[in-house]
Design a protein around this ligand. Structure first.
Ligand code: NAD
Ligand code: TYD
Length: 335
């Protein structure tokens, strides 16, 4: 059991769900959250758990703050990143800085002070297109967006710190997560909240692009298995529930759950470099840790949609803030 764990990016979507998961399943572990509170970081995600963990507002690319925190921790789970593919097309430099350089700063601190475990949160996007079958850990990395390429750089940097300095890093490459507290720039919360506001659902191109969907809590349980383990340093684990769905299928589930018709669907210009299919094979994770996803896809999707229906106080302020400027620029709508 790790005693004190530094969770970077703990105020974002997956990070906050992970903190919630840890406080529930490992109440004896001390959690420190390091988060810069970018547009995607939101203290409201963990407001009900205030006092149950320590929060430090800071940048993973700042060696002073990182050094002091890593010194007192024995485990690190590194979620902090710029994460939206569309934004990476316009602002690639922000992604290189946080995702690559920020990971370097964290790894350097781990090298200096020593840690028992460094779980690096990578992504299935590092593989690029999954052609013919879901990607395997041994497949080549062929990232197609500046986001995916920055994550691939960070992913291999974490490996190199294991190979070169013996840092006990493990690397998670998870598929697309869904669940509560996801910033509404991403497909599912964007479509749900647009529909709730009576707006169109902007489908890029033909909408047959496929993603491999997993409930965020199933990702959290996989990360926990990697965190508690003492072996497999330097190894990579794909994380997937094997639920591939196209964008149009996701839109259909959302509209059916809300009792709305497909007249809300609007095909818009395609994303440059749009990956046709992301999917990963998680057999290694299942075999190594006995990990299994515990969420039924259809049921958990309906619950997720329902969560956004029931929590306008969470997404309403987001959609009226920074998000509005982003949305108008991204979708060129003036509504
Ligand atoms: P998110 O955008 O919701 O949250 C990112 C968090 O990191 C925010 O709280 C933000 O404030 C923080 N952050 C950003 N830059 C920072 C910096 N320089 N210093 C400190 N904090 C900073 O992202 P998410 O969807 O929760 O993704 C978390 C991690 O999981 C990322 O590493 C992402 O690449 C990876 N991942 C995400 C998915 C997915 O489907 N969302 C799938 C696989 C992997
Ligand atoms: P997204 O949630 O941005 O995740 P990622 O690109 O990292 O997988 O997008 C998921 C899929 O949904 C992807 O194929 C792009 C598509 N998409 C749309 O069609 N319209 C949108 O407005 C968004 C945000 C995504």
């Amino acid at each position: 059991m790790r005693q004190k764990v530094l969770v970077t990016g703990g105020m974002g979507f997956i990070g906050s769900n992970f903190v919630r998961y840890m406080l529930k399943h490992h109440p004896d572990t001390d959690i420190i959250v390091l988060d810069k509170l970018t547009y995607a970081g939101n203290p409201a995600n963990l407001a009900d758990l205030e006092g149950e963990f320590r929060f430090v507002k800071g940048d993973v690319a700042d060696p002073v703050v990182v050094d002091a925190l890593v010194k007192e921790c024995d485990g690190i789970v590194h979620f902090a990143a710029e994460t939206h593919v569309d934004r990476s097309i316009d602002y690639a430099g922000d992604f290189v800085r946080t995702d690559v350089y920020g990971t370097f700063v964290l790894l350097e601190a781990a090298r200096k002070h020593g840690v028992d475990r460094f779980v690096h949160i990578s992504t299935d996007e590092v593989y690029g297109e999954a052609v013919g079958r879901p990607s395997l850990e041994t497949d080549e990395l062929a990232p197609k967006s500046p986001y995916a390429a920055s994550k691939a750089g960070a992913d291999r940097l974490a490996f190199s710190y294991h190979a070169t300095y013996g840092i006990p890093a493990v690397i998670s490459r998870c598929a697309n997560n869904y669940g509560p507290y996801q910033y509404p720039e991403k497909l599912i919360p964007l479509f749900v909240t647009n529909a709730l506001e009576g707006k169109k659902l902007p489908v890029y191109g033909h909408g047959r692009n496929v993603r491999d969907w997993i409930h965020v809590d199933d990702h959290c349980s996989a990360v926990d298995a990697m965190l508690q383990d003492d072996g497999h340093a330097g190894e990579t684990f794909n994380v997937s529930a094997g639920e591939e769905r196209s964008v149009l299928e996701i839109a259909d589930i959302i509209l059916r759950t809300l009792g709305l018709g497909d007249d809300l669907i609007e095909h818009v210009a395609d994303r440059p470099g749009h990956v046709m299919r992301h999917a990963v094979d998680a057999a290694k994770l299942r075999k190594t840790y006995g990990w299994r996803p515990s969420h039924d896809f259809e049921e958990s999707m309906r619950r997720t949609v329902q969560w956004y229906v029931e929590h306008p106080e969470w997404w309403g302020p987001i959609r009226s803030g920074e998000f509005r400027d982003y949305y108008e620029k991204q979708y060129m709508l003036a509504d």
